[in-house]
Design a protein around this ligand. Structure first.
Ligand SMILES: C[S@@+](CC[C@H](N)C(=O)[O-])C[C@H]1O[C@@H](n2cnc3c(N)ncnc32)[C@H](O)[C@@H]1O
Length: 278
């Protein structure tokens, strides 16, 4: 089984999809990644020999980077703090210029001024730690960049009124962690991410909103995935001990029950941010 077949298999299992639906969803994910990569390419952002990706997750974007954007002379270091994800990506991607490593963004295991560029895909809003100092990971990411190197990030953001369901979905995901005293940066307005980046030592920060309007996502499939996501969250939510957090869970679930049409609204939009290390 190649890595794409494995991915389809995983989607099928994760969202209880038929083979055809899993293939359809896989194609949508591929189109999204291709669109995001095309933006980075168009702006000619990812230059230099040593590139750091924070964080790799399941590796959907990592694969796109290696196949569509980087050349074999560029080395990609990808980190994640979850050991299982790094183990998985090591099995999925075997390339000489790919170096995955377990690392925490609060304490990156690289010397100052190591990288020519850094890219992060849906990580900023997912930053999580027992440590509440959320400026630290931004400082760490900028620290390991060479002066003049680019920091590039794509992240979901909070746009009040437009993506409240997304905000609530992310909140649900976070509550079971919060019960274990793990904090999240969570969905923020683009201005908040910019403030962190500026304080961490980036200049000339620019943003661009990426829209996925041109990608066709069948309504039925969207609903199915969204419902399964909620079901998945409900399983971990059941274990929450704090009464206050349990109350918040109930409020969010009621919100989705009362507004079923919002369930499939999706978890975008995405902002692309980039800036240069001073
Ligand atoms: C939403 S996932 C995105 C993963 C991937 N870039 C993608 O787009 O599919 C966010 C990732 O950030 C990682 N992460 C969260 N906090 C982290 C930390 N403190 N240090 C390193 N990675 C972290 C998580 O383990 C997770 O894999």
């Amino acid at each position: 089984m190649n890595s794409y077949q494995k991915e389809i298999q995983d989607l099928k299992k994760q969202f209880a999809l038929t083979s055809q639906e899993a293939q359809g969803y896989f194609r949508i994910i591929q189109q999204r990644v291709a669109k995001e990569i095309a933006e980075v390419k168009k702006l000619n952002l990812l230059k230099g020999r040593f590139i750091l990706e924070c964080s790799t997750g399941q590796g959907k974007f990592t694969q796109g980077l290696l196949e569509r954007l980087l050349n074999p002379n560029q080395t990609l270091y990808s980190i994640d703090s979850t050991p299982g994800l790094i183990k998985n990506i090591r099995l999925k991607i075997r390339k000489r210029n790919f170096k995955p490593e377990i690392a925490d963004l609060w304490n990156l295991p690289f010397p100052d001024n190591s990288f020519d560029a850094l890219i992060s895909h849906y990580t900023l809003h997912s930053l999580r730690s027992k440590n509440k100092n959320f400026l630290k990971p931004f400082r760490e990411m900028v620290r390991v960049l060479k002066p003049g190197a680019l920091f590039i990030a794509m992240t979901f953001y909070y746009d009040k009124g437009k993506n409240l369901p997304a905000f609530y979905y992310h909140r649900l995901f976070q509550l079971s962690y919060q019960d274990k005293k793990i904090n999240f940066l969570s969905l923020q307005k683009p201005g908040i991410y910019i403030d962190y980046l500026r304080m961490a030592g980036l200049k000339d920060i620019k943003t661009k909103i990426i829209s996925y309007d041109s990608i066709k996502f069948p309504e039925e499939l969207k609903q199915k995935i969204w419902n399964e996501r909620l079901r998945e969250e409900e399983r971990s939510i059941k274990k929450i001990k704090s009464l206050k957090l349990r109350r918040e869970v109930q409020e969010i679930l009621k919100y989705f029950e009362d507004n079923p049409e919002l369930k499939s609204q999706g978890i975008g939009p995405t902002v692309l941010l980039w800036g240069e290390k001073e």
